[in-house]
Ligand binder design. Structure first.
Ligand code: TRP
Ligand code: ZN
Length: 870
């Protein structure tokens, strides 16, 4: 890919400490829609003895003044992306005045407008769009901020830390000043101005300090703020009890905005959230929305210690804060809800989209080595696999040693910018465990494969497991070393009980460390059925030739919820793989009699939570099945999966109907029990609609009519849409008429349209001009375009190239307006490794065309270049 000015790669090993420190910065921000004036007065100090210039980062800034120690300074050079200052004293006050255009900022990075409010997003490198600065996380400064704006339009002016003053100005303007006592990197800076409804509450910490809690939402949304506030208080209490960590300021603010590129941001004392992760009441939000709000509120709160008090030295260390904080939010969700269900959902995310990332052109270690655009590395690998790496440490060390390691890490590095290596060192010292080999999880990309074979010696009562590991080559990492892999296992007898050896149940974690290793179990009285990789104890692919009988036994009897779910997934995968082969040979797939029988047993097993039954009965998605093939024709995969759904539904119809009816007994309210009943009812309704559309139509219409909660109404709509029931169009129209004014609710509707089994592309194209749709809103764009490309593989990967051409059109537009969103949407187009050759060619051609775009953003450049060079 020839390119005139190819963006520069940055390498982890090139890290150098900054030539200067900035100890404090006073920002004065005078807000005007298109001409906001920013004055930054910083205390700067040379780091060591040298004559290097001070090179500040800056993007899209209009420079109007530079002064050193109060005197105009002319020894500077302003170039695209930077400001170089020379002949500086060793310590000085630097004054920089710039002008920016928040109203014209469609990239939603830096200072921008969201609806009628101003807000900021500075992670990773957005602060440089507000002023010239050392925009790197290892420069920690004390921030004070003075904001002035029109008082009627912007009665609330917020920034980090404590409010220190306010006053009136001429022309109906006013000002408020803030001071953050904790030194911080500039990516944690935030500013908000607007008119909001405010929900106030408070939390008293374990040591008795009262913290004011303030939640700012768009006017008229107070009735949707309660769940987020309750979640915040639960987060604060949980971090005290489980991690011994208390909040450190007297105020904690959260602002919900409509325009936001990601989920939420942990700015010190002033979190800014995508409204999707704040607003909920039973009429507008589903149970999944409720769950996600609690999780994301927790995540951002937990960053206060893992991210803010101890931050990252450089962006290659991102997983230091994100992997650890995801681990913490997962534990929070598991302690408050169902551990089993949480583990299964996280495993789905890793085994589907994360494994796909590992197998694609963007594969990278959780601590990347080379980056062009940092925004491209807020990935499933850094976050989710990063969390799995922390979880493995927890498994290897146990809760007590793990917590001792956390205490050592936080105590040692409080107020500092640290590295992943610092974290592992603390864990190593606190536990006394040797983590030399374990460190490879940080440096090695790709998904390891664990191949397990076994043999049973009845005469000597010995059971042997032969375990080998290997990791496939990834771009720029052809050679892989063996990893330290915790392999959790239990052995079961034919009755489904854990086997005892010398009176002790065989249920333990093995340390897999060699390329090939054999584990021996003595005193095993019968040939066991092994439950391998219990609790998904490592982010690896497990290759073991399970028989159908073994999987059936594990599905029915395994003590670990994940293992039961995994057994069901493997039964389904095996059937799908056979069916795809049969379909390719123009043969009809076998009827899944045995599978229907065992799944029906799960459905009727009242000892299991409804939520867990729903998880087990939810078939893997087409995209996650794609990941289990080397190469496959997506049309055949779709056909096979549809056929399986219909056959299972038909075989289980009476049982599904009675389960559906009994779910209705307990599905009211917000209790975990009711949430589980609704989830199971949804799965049943979906299958019943496929088995018998007339019956489905009746049940769906009834559920739709009688329920006002969004979870049950949407489940009805989803069943109608997937099975193309007669009532589908009428219900979709009713939903639209009721909710067209509410973007967040309409996202559900856009998602359904994008997943429609017939003529989806025509629908999606038409909806681009729907009054509730806007390509400038990332939530809307992800709901309609993102869902079409990632959750409707048959339509997106259409053989005539229409799906790819559509995405290319959208990306051409977003490349100019919002490269971050563009770069997330392109993922299904660059992950073509599992597709047949024709489609791979088509995808490449599309990428080649995109590569020729004038002013291709670095975000897209990096991904397209990597994809095409594969
Ligand atoms: N730190 C944020 C989180 O943990 C991630 C984030 C929010 C982000 N907004 C962003 C990352 C914008 C890059 C760009 O969830
Ligand atoms: Zn985070």
């Amino acid at each position: 890919m020839a390119h005139l000015s190819a963006p520069q790669e940055k390498h982890r090993l090139d890290y150098q400490p900054p030539h200067y420190w900035i100890d404090s910065i006073d920002l004065d921000v005078d807000l005007h829609d298109s001409a906001t004036r920013v004055v930054a007065i910083s205390q700067v100090r040379r780091n060591g003895h040298h004559n290097e210039p001070l090179i500040l980062d800056g993007e899209d800034l209009l420079l109007s003044k530079v002064a050193v120690n109060g005197q105009p300074w002319s020894a500077y050079l302003a170039e695209p992306g930077k400001l170089t200052l020379s002949q500086l004293p060793s310590e000085f006050v630097l004054t920089i005045e710039t002008q920016i255009d928040p109203a014209g900022n469609t990239a939603l990075e830096g200072l921008y407008q969201s609806g009628s409010a101003f807000c900021t997003q500075c992670e990773a490198e957005g602060f440089r769009r507000i002023t010239y600065y050392l925009d790197r996380p290892d420069v920690l400064a004390r921030f004070s901020t003075r904001i002035s704006a029109d008082k009627a339009r912007f009665p609330f002016l917020l920034s980090n830390g404590n409010r220190t003053g306010s006053g009136e100005l001429a022309d109906g303007r006013h000002w408020v000043s803030w001071q953050d006592p904790f030194p911080k990197p500039c990516y944690l800076f935030a500013l908000v101005a607007g008119d909001f409804d405010l929900l106030q509450d408070s939390f008293t910490t374990r040591s008795g300090r009262r913290v004011a809690l303030e939640l700012y939402v768009d006017k008229g949304n107070l009735d949707r703020a309660g769940h987020a506030m309750a979640s915040l208080k639960k987060s604060m209490a949980w971090d005290e009890t489980r991690f011994g960590l208390e909040y450190d300021l007297d105020i904690y603010m959260i602002v919900a905005v409509d325009f936001f590129n990601m989920g939420a941001m942990e700015n010190k004392g002033l979190n800014i959230f995508n409204a999707k992760f704040v607003l909920a009441n039973p009429q507008t939000a589903t149970d999944t929305d409720y769950f996600d709000i609690e999780r994301v509120i927790g995540h951002e709160y937990f960053h206060n210690w893992t991210g803010n008090r101890v931050t990252c030295r450089d962006w290659f260390q991102l997983s230091l804060k994100e992997g650890l904080t995801v681990f913490r939010d997962q534990e929070f969700s598991s302690d408050l809800g169902s551990r089993g269900v949480n583990r299964i959902r996280n495993a789905r995310l890793v085994q589907g989209p994360q494994f796909a990332e590992d197998a694609g052109p963007m594969a990278h270690p959780i601590r990347p080595d080379v980056v062009i655009e940092m925004n491209n590395f807020y990935t499933l690998t850094v976050y989710e696999k990063g969390s799995e790496v922390i979880r493995m440490l927890h498994t290897l060390l146990g809760e007590d040693a793990f917590q001792a390691g956390i205490r050592l890490y936080l105590g040692r590095h409080d107020g500092q910018a640290a590295t992943c290596e610092d974290f592992v060192c603390a864990m190593e010292e606190a536990s006394g465990r040797d983590l030399k080999q374990f460190r490879r999880w940080y440096s090695q990309a790709g998904t390891p494969v664990l191949t397990v074979r076994d043999e049973y010696d009845a005469h000597q009562q010995i059971y042997r497991l032969h375990v080998s590991q290997s990791t496939p080559a990834t771009p720029r990492q052809p050679e892989k070393l063996p990893l330290h892999i915790p392999l959790s296992l239990a052995l079961y007898d034919e009755q489904g009980r854990v086997i005892q050896s010398d009176g002790v149940a065989v249920d333990r974690v093995l340390d897999v460390q060699e390329p090939q290793q054999t584990f021996e179990f003595t005193g095993i009285g019968e040939k066991p059925v092994p439950a391998l990789l219990q609790e998904f104890s490592a982010p690896v692919k497990l290759d073991y030739p399970f028989s159908e009988a073994q999987l059936t036994l594990l599905l029915g009897h395994a003590q670990n919820d994940y293992s039961r779910w995994d057994a069901a997934q493997r039964l389904v995968q095996n059937w799908i793989h056979q069916a795809v082969e049969q379909l390719a040979r123009q043969q009809a797939p076998a009827v899944p009699v045995a599978l229907a029988r065992v799944l029906q047993q799960v459905l009727q097993d009242s000892r299991l939570d409804a939520a867990l039954r729903a998880e087990i009965l939810t078939l893997p998605s087409e995209s996650s099945l794609l990941e289990t093939f080397n190469q496959v024709d997506v049309d055949l995969l779709h056909k096979a999966r549809q056929q399986l759904l219909r056959s299972l539904a038909t075989a289980m119809q009476p049982a599904l109907l009675s389960a559906y009816r009994s779910c209705q007994q307990g599905w009211e309210g917000l209790s975990a029990e009711a949430v589980g009943q609704r989830a199971l009812a949804g799965v049943c309704l979906q299958l019943l609609s496929l088995a018998d559309p007339a019956l489905g139509d009746e049940l769906v219409a009834c559920q739709w009519r009688e329920q006002s909660g969004m979870t049950l109404r949407l489940a009805a709509l989803q069943a109608a849409n997937q099975a193309q029931l007669p009532c589908r169009d009428a219900l979709m129209a009713e939903f639209e008429a009721q909710w067209h004014h509410d973007g967040l609710v309409m996202d559900n509707w856009f998602r359904l349209q994008a997943q429609t089994p017939v003529a989806a592309l025509t629908k999606v194209r038409g909806l681009l001009s729907h009054p509730s749709f806007s390509l400038s809103n990332p939530n809307r764009t992800r709901a309609l375009v993102g869902t079409f490309c990632s959750a409707n593989p048959v339509a997106f990967h259409a053989k005539d190239g229409s799906g790819y051409a559509f995405l290319a059109e959208i990306l051409t537009e977003l490349n100019r307006t919002n490269p971050q969103v563009a770069s997330r949407l392109i993922t299904p187009l660059i992950q073509f490794q599992r597709l047949d050759n024709d489609r791979q060619q088509l995808a490449r051609q599309t990428l080649q065309r995109l590569a020729g775009l004038p002013d291709l953003a670095r975000d897209l450049f990096e991904k397209i270049e990597r994809a095409l060079s594969q």
